[in-house]
Each structure stands twice: as structure tokens, then as C-alpha cells.
Design a protein around this ligand. Structure first.
Ligand code: PRX
Length: 580
């Protein structure tokens, strides 16, 4: 540690392990993907057909001169071609970096430049709440300043008009015209990079989490097999977008390597009505549903009537991921959706862990609502105090993982120092998750949430530092601090304290402008829920913003703990007195 390697000297091709291995077996003509677009269009793609698609795209990449190790950015709607693009990268050993379609052009540009991508794959647009999200236009904007990108491959999805730049942009359907549907996969080293996925950290810009091949594939294949109890007769639906790690591990790699049949949905859960998910469960006969607590809480709020008009009798297993699930939401999921018949697997893991780490095994582990229960095979987590000493059962502490595991991240792209510092320096020789947790008397793990400067808003990881730097990039802002406050629906809401430059007048209009500014810089998912103007921010004498105090103010609670290091208490008093 911290540079563990697995299956040294072994060679494999990850796409072959997801596709070719099923050819010539009974799975060959089985559906790999059942796709439903937001407008209601449905397509079924068998493993054999998926293999053809991936082979053809692999030829397209090779004809473009893409080589093993080159980076390819994928900025697409949730359509089968996004999966095809990922697998085609894996086939030729190119490293994909999928950027969630909700990120702004600015965020896309930063990610492309950080990993020096040569090719960008996108679509004209994607459907979301009945509207077209214009992805190609966003790419055009991002590419104004990305010297490494030579080509852009554009899928026609929505038919909206786009500008094609001569010599750079190619339509997907034109590029793969005539490409052979067979492609001999080369084997790559077990530690060959498979993908980079950017995620928020507590400082600076998003970090490029690097995953490699054999260990990663093992981690997600084995966990998908045991945690989702996948059978050939199942129709599995993970509602995550491929822009997140959940989409990588439990839509693409973990499920395809198991030969599972997957449902993929393009659009919003409440379009055209808040019963869209339940309509789809019945329409296709979904047996396993894996979704996030935020979605569950939204469904609860929309009302039981939208659920009760559907049978949901095909479901046999439910999953939860991304944030702690409150017992109330757990019970609702269990009774309203699972009809008390389906176990719930509450799976704790991270972009960095690659695969599920703490989870029940369905039908095996007795469940407790709100607990991820027990570590998965080979995972050795502990809850420790600030000195790294294990705390007694029932006490809270920091969650660490004491042994390397196959699907762990290998480094942060281009910044190994940050990798070592971020994960391996809090306690020598062990991985620090950034989460707080406790173990109960039965040894069950209860995750409290992030204890670093990372927020979890609607299951999306947002670094406070990123939001703050977006705010101060606005010409009116002198200083900003972002903190989380508990939110019934989103888990955490994003509260920002802002001091304005001299002479700038505070107004509601400016608040709105700042919220839009952050959305523009990062993406709508980071749009602050609340902005509060302040005449000053609470700081230590050395000038560090005391976020702990702001968190307490944002929550409306009392200021607890030590305030003796505060430079000027009157700042806090004035913040408290003009609460919203
Ligand atoms: O705080 C934990 C929370 O989500 C964080 C990881 O976020 P990300 O890398 O975006 O990956 C999300 C999907 C795996 C963790 O540090 N988290 C994830 N799953 C759970 C959870 N918190 C509580 N219970 C979970 N099941």
C-alpha cells in the first residue's frame, strides 16, 4: 500500500469478459439491454448484437488513430450507445472518462484538459422532462479551449439541429458505416488503466479516480453476483446514470460480465407523471431495482397513489446506494414498493472503492433499516478515533479500510501525491474513507455521512471548495463558504455564505444570479439551495474559515464546541441575528 496491484502478470480484455464470453452460450441471443427512452421508445439489444456494435465502434476508434492508453471523454445521455462507447474503449485499451451530462461545459472542459482526452463522444441531445438537453452545443463550448481533442463523434438521438465542425466532428452513423462487426480483442495487462472518473474532493478541482482492469472487474462482477443475486431470468434495473461510478460498476461492468439483462432508462423519474418508474417496472417486468434514497424520498413526497396504480409484482429484490437511507424511507421502500416481500440491500461504497464494500447479502443477512450491515467478502473496515484506535461498539468514529481490495482505486490521475495525502495519510497504511460511522453491538455498520468538506446533495458528491471557487469567480463576490445542512428530501442542502466586494449592493436578484453562476460553472446539480449575504465570515486568527460554526448557523442550532479560536465573535452574532 498505497499502490496495491492485483493479478500481476495476468492479461485480459475487459470488453471480451463482458461480451465475447457469452457468445456461443445460451446467453448469446439473450437481451443484454432493454432500453426505454423518455419519449417511450423501446429497444432491445442482445449480447450478440451488443458485441457487433462494440466491435464496429472499436474499428472506428482504431481508424481514427486512437491507441491503447489514449483517453476518450464520453458526454452522453443514458442511451445504449453510451454503454457501447465504454465497452469499445475497453476493447482497444483506451481509457474512458465519462462526464455526467448534467455537468456544465466548463466542468467538461476541465476534465478533458486534466486527462488530455483526444476524442469526445457525445450526442446531439438527450431527453429530460420532455425537453432536449443540448449536449453537442455544450461540447462545442467546452472545446473552445481543449488543445488535445482532435475529433468528436456525435450520436443522433433527438434530431435537434447541431453545428458540425468540419474536420473535427463526425456523425456516429456515418463513421461506422461499413465497419466490420468482428474485432479481435487484444489482451492487456491486469493493471492496464480502464477508466478515469472525476469526483469531488475536499480541496481544489475534482480528482480523477483511476481504476484498472482485472481487480476492478473482479470486484464488480463478484459483488453483482452475490449482492444482486443475479439470475439469467432476472431483469435488473439500476437507475443511476453511467456518469457516476454506480453506472460504471452496476450498469456496465459488473452486470455484463455476469451476462445479466438490464433495463436502461434515459429520462426523469417524474415524466410525464410521477409514476414513471412503477409504470416501467410493470411494463418490462423488472425483478431487481437499485436506486438512491433521494429518489425514494421524492416518490414518497409525490404520494402513494402513483405507486398503488401499479402491480409491482415482478420485483423480488431492492437496492439502495449513494447516501444513508433514513429508516422512514427504508420502511416505505420495503412496504410500498417491495410489498414486504423483497429484501433491501443497502450498499455502502464509493467511487474510489470501485465496488460494493458494506452490504447485506439478500436472504442471508438479517436486515436493520438504515444499516449497510456487514462487510462484503475480503473487506476489512474499522471505526477508529482521531488517533486511529478502534472505538468501542456503539461509539462513532472515522471509517477506514485496513486491507487493500481488488477494485480499489490505484491513484488520482496525474497526481499521485494528492492520492497518498487524501487517502493514506490520515492514518498510516490504511485507507481513510472520509465517512463517519459506528458499529452497533451486533457488529453492524451505520454510516453517518461525510465528515470531510464534501457534501452529499441528492446522492451527488459536491466539494465545498469547488462551490466556493465558483462563487468567488463572480465579480461581486469577495469571499464565500459553502456548508451542508440536513434536508428532508435531498439528504443535504447546499448553503452558501457570501461576502460581497465593497460597494456591491446585496439583493435577491444577486442571490439568484449567484445561484445560476454556480450552476453555470459546475452544473445544475451544484446550484446552491440557499445563499446568505454576510458582512464577514467567522475565521480563526490565522484566517481559516470556521466551517463548523457556519454549519451550526445554517442548521439553526446552537454554536457548540470551542469558539476560543475565533478571531471576532461579533461576526457570528450578526450571522445568527439575521437568520432567514
Ligand atoms: O458518504 C458515502 C455515501 O456516498 C459517498 C460516496 O459517494 P460517491 O463516490 O459519489 O459514490 C456513490 C455511489 C457508490 C460515501 O463516502 N454513500 C454511498 N453509499 C452509501 C453512502 N452512505 C450511506 N449508505 C450508503 N449505502
Amino acid at each position: 500500500m498505497p499502490h496495491a496491484k492485483w493479478f500481476i502478470g495476468g492479461r485480459l480484455n475487459v470488453s471480451e469478459n463482458c461480451l465475447d464470453r457469452h457468445l456461443g452460450t445460451a446467453r448469446e441471443n439473450k437481451a443484454a439491454i432493454i432500453f426505454e427512452g423518455e419519449p417511450g421508445d423501446v429497444r432491445t439489444i442482445t449480447y450478440k448484437q451488443l458485441h457487433f456494435h462494440v466491435c464496429r465502434l472499436a474499428h472506428v476508434f482504431e481508424n481514427m488513430g486512437i491507441q491503447a492508453g489514449d483517453r476518450i471523454a464520453i458526454y452522453m445521455p443514458m442511451v445504449p450507445e453510451a454503454v457501447i462507447a465504454m465497452l469499445a474503449c475497453a476493447r482497444i485499451g483506451a481509457v474512458h472518462t465519462v462526464v455526467f451530462g448534467g455537468f456544465s461545459p466548463e466542468a467538461l472542459k476541465d476534465r478533458i484538459n486534466d486527462c488530455k482526452a483526444r476524442l469526445v463522444i457525445t450526442a446531439d441531445g438527450g431527453w429530460r422532462r420532455g425537453k432536449i438537453v443540448e449536449l453537442k452545443a455544450a461540447v462545442d463550448k467546452a472545446l473552445e479551449n481543449t488543445p488535445t481533442v482532435h475529433s468528436v463523434l456525435v450520436l443522433r438521438r433527438c434530431g435537434n439541429p447541431v453545428q458540425m465542425k468540419e474536420g473535427r466532428d463526425i456523425w456516429w452513423h456515418e463513421a461506422w458505416e461499413g465497419a466490420p462487426n468482428q474485432h479481435k480483442a487484444k489482451a492487456f495487462d491486469s493493471e492496464h488503466p480502464l477508466f478515469i472518473l472525476y469526483t469531488s474532493g475536499s480541496t481544489g478541482k475534482p480528482k480523477g479516480v483511476l481504476h484498472t482492469s482485472a481487480g476492478y472487474l473482479l470486484g464488480c462482477k463478484m459483488s453483482a453476483h452475490y449482492v444482486f443475486d443475479i439470475k439469467d431470468s432476472d431483469l435488473y434495473w439500476c437507475t443511476a446514470d453511467i456518469g457516476w461510478i454506480t453506472g460504471h460498476s452496476y450498469v456496465v461492468y459488473g452486470l455484463m460480465s455476469n451476462g445479466a439483462t438490464m433495463l436502461i432508462y434515459e429520462g426523469a423519474p417524474n415524466h410525464p407523471q410521477p409514476d414513471r418508474f412503477w409504470r416501467m417496472v410493470d411494463r418490462h417486468g423488472v425483478t431487481i431495482l437499485y436506486t438512491a434514497p433521494t429518489a425514494i424520498r421524492a416518490f414518497m413526497r409525490w404520494g402513494d397513489n402513483y405507486v398503488l396504480r401499479h402491480r409491482l409484482d415482478s420485483l423480488r429484490l431492492l437496492g439502495s446506494v449513494g447516501e444513508p437511507i433514513n429508516p422512514e424511507a427504508w420502511m416505505w421502500y420495503h412496504t410500498m414498493i417491495g410489498k414486504k416481500r423483497c429484501p433491501i440491500v443497502d450498499t455502502w461504497w464509493q467511487t474510489e472503492t470501485g465496488a460494493i464494500m458494506i452490504t447485506p447479502l439478500p436472504g442471508v443477512t438479517p436486515l436493520k433499516p438504515g444499516s449497510g450491515t456487514q462487510p462484503f467478502f475480503g473487506v476489512v473496515p474499522k471505526v477508529v478515533d482521531d488517533q486511529g484506535k478502534e472505538v468501542p461498539r456503539g461509539s462513532g468514529g472515522k471509517l477506514i479500510i485496513t486491507k487493500p481490495w481488488p477494485s480499489m482505486l490505484r491513484t488520482l490521475w496525474g497526481d499521485d501525491e494528492r492520492y497518498k495525502k487524501q487517502y493514506w495519510s490520515e492514518f498510516a497504511g490504511v485507507y481513510f474513507t472520509g465517512d463517519g460511522a459506528r458499529q452497533d453491538k451486533d457488529g453492524y455498520f451505520w454510516i453517518v455521512g461525510r465528515i470531510d468538506d464534501v457534501l452529499n446533495v441528492s446522492g451527488h458528491r459536491i466539494g465545498t471548495a469547488e462551490v466556493e471557487s465558483a462563487l468567488v469567480s463572480h465579480s461581486s463576490v469577495a469571499e464565500a463558504a459553502a456548508v451542508g445542512r440536513p434536508d428532508e428530501l435531498k439528504g443535504q442542502a447546499l448553503v452558501c455564505f457570501v461576502t460581497l466586494k465593497a460597494g456591491i449592493e446585496a439583493s435577491d436578484k444577486l442571490k439568484e444570479e449567484l445561484r445560476s453562476h454556480v450552476a453555470h460553472e459546475i452544473g445544475a446539480l451544484a446550484r446552491p439551495d440557499y445563499i446568505r449575504f454576510a458582512s464577514g465570515l467567522p475565521k480563526t486568527r490565522s484566517g481559516k474559515i470556521m466551517r463548523r460554526i457556519l454549519k451550526e448557523i445554517a442548521t439553526g442550532g446552537e454554536i457548540k464546541g470551542d469558539t476560543s479560536t475565533l478571531e471576532d465573535f461579533s461576526v457570528v452574532a450578526s450571522l445568527q441575528s439575521d437568520e432567514e
